[in-house]
Design a protein around this ligand. Structure first.
Ligand code: ASP
Ligand code: MG
Length: 407
């Protein structure tokens, strides 16, 4: 018998019909002998509807009151789900975060869970009840209602699983797992059976629609196995966990990409550590995040730098650098917005040489030029012209045999 935390997102409880189906599934799990805490989001569209009401009153609504309002969506879904389970002859109880003593800081709208007193939850479980808990919400030390930020129910579920030392945290959603890449770009993308926490964090863009990345960090920190599965067609889904000793054939697990990159080239900056520090200070002072950075060519007196930033910051960065040109003493600055980043991710890279050469050979065969490269222990990212993004993703997907059966 296991202790399972099951999270159901908005579409999974989006109608009475869906709530009935989810109740059936929970009862089935219970009948297998497991203890279950269910963490639920608001019915789909509800949080947006509430937000819209608030905006009609005040576009800069008071953040404490906004949380009082937004947290009501989950109160509706937990009670309906509990009723549906009770109707099926099983014992269930719905609880708000306050009742389950989920304590957070007081940053309304983006609160962090600080502590969960598991007493009430454990007591209910000991009575054999299925506990249905409101996700996304918490309570601060003064008793105010807080919310954890959009998509926060995933994090509620992981934190509850950690507090109760659950065997697994299952995220039920409207897709059946995490894929090797975006199936809209590569129809041969396959669902991964297993991915490690660190890979999942690097593949964040592929998982972003599936689960809140903060919840993956939390699951890794607490070592709670996380499973993503469909509430429409439940099967084994994708397991996210620490590396297992089972045989892993694949060196690369998945391919993520990001279209929102923009490239900035600073030509002829005087070659001194201070000048580089001054250049980077321009970004820091203006709160502009740098993603990739490399030296393009290194002559004795001057260096060229290639830097990528978010597309939204592109124009501002060009203007800023242009205005600092004399002070920093570089020759010119130019840029290209039509670039995209492709990242090849896999823990297998740690112990396998030759991944980079395989990657460049595959791209070269398609005449895809690489503008910039960065690497970490488990990731190689390349910047390419945006028009090559789809071809690049598909090329690498097949070069690393991600479309073939895993075993
Ligand atoms: N109901 C909240 C939202 O829509 C929390 C969640 O769904 O996880 O963001
Ligand atoms: Mg979600």
């Amino acid at each position: 018998m296991a202790l399972l935390v099951q999270k159901y997102g908005g579409t999974s409880v989006g109608s009475i019909e869906r709530i009935e189906a989810v109740a059936d599934h929970i009862v089935k799990t219970k009948q297998q002998g497991h203890s279950i805490v269910v963490v639920v989001s608001a019915m789909s569209g509800e949080t947006n509807r509430l937000l819209d009401l608030a905006m009609q009153v005040d576009s800069r609504a008071n953040s404490r009151e906004l949380d009082v309002l937004l947290s009501t969506g989950e109160q509706v879904s937990i009670s309906l789900l509990a009723m549906a389970i009770i109707k099926r002859g099983h014992s269930a109880i719905s609880l708000l975060a306050d009742q389950a003593e989920i304590l957070t800081d007081n940053l309304f709208g983006k609160a962090r869970i600080q502590h969960i007193h598991g007493n009430r939850l454990s007591l209910e479980l000991e009575q054999g009840r299925i506990v249905i808990l409101a996700g996304f919400q918490g309570r601060d030390i003064e008793g105010n209602i807080t919310t954890l930020g959009r998509g926060g129910t995933d994090t509620s579920a992981v934190e509850v699983a950690a507090a109760l030392n659950a065997d697994e945290c299952q995220i039920y959603t409207d897709v059946d797992g995490v894929y090797t890449t975006d199936p809209r770009i590569e129809p041969n993308a396959r669902r991964m059976d297993f991915v490690t926490f660190e890979e999942m964090l690097e593949l964040a863009s592929l998982g972003a629609k599936v689960l809140q990345i903060r919840s993956v960090e939390a699951a890794g920190r607490h070592n709670i196995p996380l499973r993503v599965l469909s509430s429409f067609k439940p099967d084994h889904g994708t397991l996210i966990s620490y590396e297992q000793n089972t045989m892993r054939e694949k060196i690369v697990s998945g391919i993520a990409f990001n279209r929102d990159e923009a490239l900035i080239e600073v030509i002829g900056l005087p070659n001194s550590p201070q000048k580089l520090a001054d250049l980077l200070a321009v970004f820091a002072k203006n709160h502009i995040e740098i993603d990739m950075i490399t030296t393009k060519s290194q002559k004795s007196e001057n260096i060229d730098y290639a830097i990528t930033v978010h597309q939204n910051d592109f124009t501002q960065v060009l203007e800023l650098l242009e205005s600092e040109k004399a002070t920093l003493g570089f020759c010119s600055v130019c840029g290209n917005e039509q670039v995209a980043k492709i990242s090849v991710v896999g823990v297998g890279m740690k112990s396998n040489a030759g991944v980079a050469s395989q990657l460049f050979t595959a791209l070269a065969n398609e005449n895809i030029a690489v503008e910039l490269i960065t690497t970490s222990e488990i990731k190689i990212s390349v910047l390419v012209e945006e028009k090559y993004l789809e071809l690049g993703v598909r090329t690498l997907h097949s070069a690393f045999a991600l479309d073939s059966e895993e075993f």
